[in-house]
Write a protein that binds this ligand. Structure first.
Ligand SMILES: Cc1ncc(COP(=O)(O)O)c(C=O)c1O
Length: 480
């Protein structure tokens, strides 16, 4: 049940049998006193609201020219880039769009003490990370290797946050040594963070990742802040965690509270509902003598995947909806955007291998696939698809499934797309491929991960990651 639940019904203590077994031997008092938050006067409004965002339509950086019908990015014809690179498919980014996306957050956050923690899981390209770091971003990490990568890319550890429901002790030790913020996700996680502090000899700045039980109204695979999620601590167990922190003054310093509701969220009222709840928790935590300064509202802002002229909330809409709450409590605000910083900066550029029909359905078969870009197969996600060059005058417009060559029926990039029948060899892009595409790519069917390029401010195209090769694959067997 979502947050609005609190308006009508009192909280129940949990009947779950796990409740007992979750006691860690480490803490001597096994009694769990349910935390009793006071939600009476909270104004939660997401479920009630259909309020459209105030701002105007988003201008995509990959756009079709009305003059010549070609797809352009930052003044370059994507067709020309496609002809000039060593292989297809490939990812093509606009570096200026990355900058513009960060600037939108920086401007939105003016007047607040804040950290923009870029969620590295969205896209871990090293060159992109260096660029984001130069623009002032911190980093949000979900594994030891993401932490290592962030450090290599020069991120300031004091602007880094280590998240995750299954953080390993050795990774927590590295986080403690480097002085990054660590989110507490569970009883055993707290236990491991205390051990990491002892091993490293460093006190760890921790935030409690509280599950606020707010329904983000998104695909269940990307919902994380509702009751059924594996992430975060149960809000009614907050008191137990506060007592546990209190009993480890040499290892832990509680500095804030964190929540992350989910991803692809397109109603900012949902963030506000969560912030109202979180600020209420912060008030109650402060009332127990903790000096906590950070509210981390996670990431999750959605983007315009449909390219149908929708008006979606911007970073400013998001920040404005929590601004007064943050200022009223003199908090530092941490945000953890991934998708909204990087998704719309990139296309996966493919070549059409051929067109076929099974009598009932038409297929455009391309060289890219679910191996390079799995979101449509994994989440049934829509990503806009179009040809990079104008259609031949005699090309019939039909409805196609756009599919790859991978030996799976789940291998599709788009379903039921109306397209002019493309010629063999034509270029075809999958838009908004900057987030959770390359970072989720696999080598399934031995389709090696593709190269990545960006278009720079001066219009030059540079490679920012080599494509993987068969030789790379065979290296794993050398000497065995
Ligand atoms: C804890 C946390 N923070 C931030 C993000 C980034 O979310 P998004 O890419 O939707 O902004 C995620 C992704 O799911 C996450 O799990």
């Amino acid at each position: 049940m979502a947050a609005t639940h609190f308006l009508s019904q009192p909280l129940k203590t949990h009947q779950n049998p796990l409740h007992k077994s979750l006691k860690t031997p480490f803490f001597s008092n096994p009694k769990i006193i349910p935390f009793k938050p006071t939600f009476k006067n909270l104004n939660l409004r997401a479920i009630l609201s259909e309020t459209p965002a105030k701002t105007q339509k988003f201008e995509h950086c990959f756009t079709k020219s009305e003059q010549d019908g070609y797809l352009y990015c930052e003044g370059l014809k994507v067709q020309d880039v496609m002809e000039s690179v060593e292989r297809r498919p490939f990812y093509l980014y606009s570096k200026p769009q990355i900058t513009r996306n960060v600037e939108a957050y920086v401007e939105a956050l003016e007047g607040l003490n804040s950290i923009i923690g870029y969620a590295i899981k969205a896209n871990n390209n090293f060159k992109i990370l260096e660029h984001l770091r130069q623009l002032g971003c911190g980093a949000v990490l979900v594994s030891g290797n993401e932490l290592r990568l962030a450090l290599r890319a020069g991120f300031d550890p004091t602007k880094c946050i280590f998240n995750g429901n299954g953080k390993l002790l050795e990774d927590l030790v590295l986080a403690a040594q480097e002085g990054v913020f660590v989110n507490v996700d569970s009883e055993f996680d707290l236990d491991n963070i205390v051990s990491a502090a002892r091993i490293s000899g460093k006190k760890v700045n921790v935030l409690l990742r509280i599950n606020p039980d707010v329904d983000p109204q998104v695909h269940p695979y990307v919902a994380t802040g509702n009751k059924s999620s594996k992430f975060g601590i149960r809000n009614e167990k907050l008191q137990w965690f506060l007592d546990a922190v209190k009993s480890h003054p040499n290892e832990l310093k509680l500095v804030g509270a964190h929540c992350h509701l989910g991803s692809t969220i397109t109603k900012v009222d949902i963030f506000r509902d969560a912030a109202v709840l979180m600020v209420n928790y912060i008030d109650q935590i402060r009332a127990q003598g903790f000096e906590i300064d950070y509210l981390n509202i996670g990431g999750g802002l959605g983007i315009d995947y449909y390219h149908a002229g929708a008006i979606l909330p911007t970073p400013r809409d998001l920040i404005d909806t929590v601004r007064e709450l943050v200022l009223s409590r003199k908090l530092n605000l941490i945000i953890e955007p991934g998708r909204s910083l990087i998704a719309n900066t990139c296309c996966l550029v493919n070549r059409v291998t051929g067109v076929k029909t099974n009598g009932a359905k038409n297929f455009v078969v391309i060289d890219g696939s679910m191996a390079e870009l799995i979101r449509p197969s994994l989440y049934d996600a829509y990503q806009h698809i179009e040809l990079v060059s104008p259609a031949q005058p005699d090309a019939e417009v039909s409805t196609f499934d756009v599919v790859g060559p991978v030996c799976e029926s789940a291998d599709f990039l788009g379903k039921e797309r109306e397209l002019p029948t493309p010629a063999r060899g034509a270029g075809l892009v999958v838009h908004d491929a900057g987030a959770y595409c390359m970072s989720m790519a696999s080598t399934y069917n031995l389709k090696m991960r593709p190269p990545e390029y960006w278009i720079d401010e001066d219009g030059t195209v540079s490679k920012i990651r080599h494509g993987e090769t068969f030789a790379d694959h065979m290296r794993y067997f050398e000497g065995l």
